[in-house]
Write a protein that binds this ligand. Structure first.
Ligand SMILES: [Zn+2]
Length: 543
């Protein structure tokens, strides 16, 4: 009986007990479940929403259709007497201008209307000043959890660590955890006062606390740490697999994850299912008795895990990743068309009506002046692929500044248009950079930099590979560079330099050396157009 009380109530009950001289301890709490009774539990989940409150131009995903789907799943589950929790693995912020320009207000309010119960704080929740995050916490009527972020000044947890849910006679604890990499991925201006501690150790602490005080029947971690197959995490901070293996078996029932932005569907033990397609069956990962799930990104899927709970044992009955109006390309009468993979999910009319003004306002914002220029910023392909131009170098300068790098490399194929003299809008910026590539940076030695430049700086003109540079100068002759100067100083082969390159090229695009496996490479997650927009807005007069 005691276990059904909230912590506060339990403490006051204990106080009463001691006042009345009763010797009963509140620590003798018993589980809330009844023996030989089967409880059903359904966990619905999404992650890495990244500003996708509206459907894309093909009518895929979007929160209005997501709501219809979740309402249906919830109704079905409740009809079968199942308790339902809807969780998010975080990263609601950053990725779509219409959302970014409004501090993700439609996204957090939309999540509230859909009925999310809790979310993990992701690294992109720290792209904005903490005052924005505070505002977002008010827009959300569900807790945004993280147990491992501490305030450097007070030495205390900065955010709510966990939430307890009592549903249909089951007591479920949800703990929030955030990748330690937030320390290097978040905007340094805003996170200098925060300490991102080891989420594995913090999880162990919280679980010990919960066992003592709350005695939950089920413990779930909503995490934003990434799923790395067999714990092979490369240069990333430890993810969900490491977490599950670190904790004693039986301490953590489930991880609802995010950050690596993939469908976590396994083919065998520590073997990811290759080529997962919407509508395919999905078997989540299991490590050390902990189920690990993740629903790709952007609300493309809603994950659904059905459990039974009996005599203290939780068993997964079924799991599904349900596509939200995803399409595939087919040929109909020789013409390529996009068709729904599964039956179309209608958009929830009230949520759509609620979101519509935000979409319109966001698009209106795109047409507002952010800067001005006296002359043309040159991005015509017949120029930018042949020589250094003011616009090509400005984009590189914007990347250099955002990543606090020593120099920047920008492929001219990523510069898609010019900006004419006069007022400059975000729409102009998006015309120049429509692909949504992200800024990556790499720390490497001067020796490695020289090898890299010998490939990249010698790419032929009249190709998208021809590079625009900022913060660096050199002489290019044939297939060799010489007289390299970075920030005006001669290249030191033993020094470590940081430089940026778009994610497309870091992945080997344009025949650039692959950097995304280099130990010093970091994808900042910042989208190129947003970076150029902010850079332009700060300078105001571009030339
Ligand atoms: Zn992330």
């Amino acid at each position: 009986m005691m276990a059904r009380l909230s912590l506060k109530a339990a403490i006051s009950a204990a106080l009463l007990a001691s006042l009345s001289g009763c010797a009963t301890s509140d620590k003798a709490a018993v589980p809330s479940w009844k023996p030989d009774t089967t409880y059903n539990l359904t966990i619905l989940h999404t992650n890495d929403h990244h500003g996708r409150f509206w459907n894309n131009k093909y009518g895929e995903y979007g929160m209005a259709a997501r709501k219809t789907l979740i309402d249906r799943l919830r109704a079905d589950a409740e009809k079968q007497g199942s308790a339902v929790l809807l969780l998010s693995g975080g990263d609601i912020n950053t990725g779509v201008p219409e959302s970014d320009l409004q501090d993700a207000e439609p996204d957090f309010k939309g999540m509230t209307q859909i009925g999310y119960d809790a979310m993990a704080l992701g690294n992109h929740e720290f792209d904005n000043p903490l005052s924005v995050l505070e505002k977002q916490m008010n827009w959300a009527d569900f807790p945004m959890l993280s147990a491992n972020i501490y305030d450097k000044k007070t030495g205390k947890r900065k955010f709510q660590a966990y939430e307890i849910f009592e549903r249909n006679g089951l007591k479920i604890a949800v703990i929030g955890l955030t990748t330690e990499d937030t320390a290097k991925l978040g905007n340094p201006e805003f996170i200098s006062g925060l300490d991102f501690r080891d989420p594995k150790a913090e999880a162990a602490k919280v679980i010990a606390e919960l066992k003592e005080n709350e005695k939950p029947d089920v413990v779930i971690a909503a995490t934003h740490m990434g799923h790395y197959v067999d714990g092979q995490r490369g240069i990333n901070a430890p993810g969900d697999v490491a977490l599950a293996r670190y904790l004693p078996e039986g301490d953590l029932d489930m991880v609802v994850g995010g950050h690596s932005q993939e469908p976590v569907c396994m083919e065998g033990r520590n073997l990811l299912k290759k080529g997962f397609k919407p509508g395919d069956e999905c078997q989540p990962d299991n490590q050390n008795g902990t189920w690990i799930v993740q629903a790709y990104e952007w609300g493309k899927y809603v994950g659904k895990a059905d459990f039974t709970f009996r005599n203290g044992e939780l068993n997964l009955v079924s799991y599904d990743l349900i596509p939200v109006n995803l399409k595939k390309k087919v040929k109909i009468n020789g013409e390529k068309k996009r068709v729904f993979i599964q039956e179309e999910i209608p958009q929830d009319p009230s949520l759509k009506a609620f979101l519509q003004p935000y979409q319109e306002k966001g698009q209106g914002e795109l047409s507002k002046k952010i800067a001005e220029t006296d002359g043309k910023l040159e991005g015509d392909r017949h120029v930018v692929r042949f020589q250094q131009t003011n616009l090509g170098r400005m984009i590189a300068a914007a990347h250099k500044e955002r990543a606090k790098a020593d120099f920047a490399v920008m492929n001219s194929g990523g510069v898609r248009d010019s900006i004419e003299g006069g007022d400059v809008t975000y729409k102009d910026v998006l015309t120049v950079q429509p692909f949504g590539n992200m800024v990556t940076y790499t720390d490497m030695s001067g020796k490695e930099v020289l090898d890299y430049l010998n490939v990249v700086a010698t790419k032929p003109v009249d190709s998208g590979a021809y590079a625009q540079f900022y913060g660096i100068s050199m002489v290019v002759e044939g297939d060799k560079v010489s007289d390299v100067k970075i920030g005006g100083n001669a290249l030191d082969l033993d020094k470590t330099y940081r430089f940026t390159v778009p994610s497309y090229n870091a992945a080997g695009g344009d025949g650039y050396p692959k950097l995304n496996k280099h130990p010093g490479n970091v994808n900042t997650g910042f989208v190129d157009a947003e970076v150029l927009k902010e850079f332009s807005r700060k300078i105001a007069r571009l030339m």
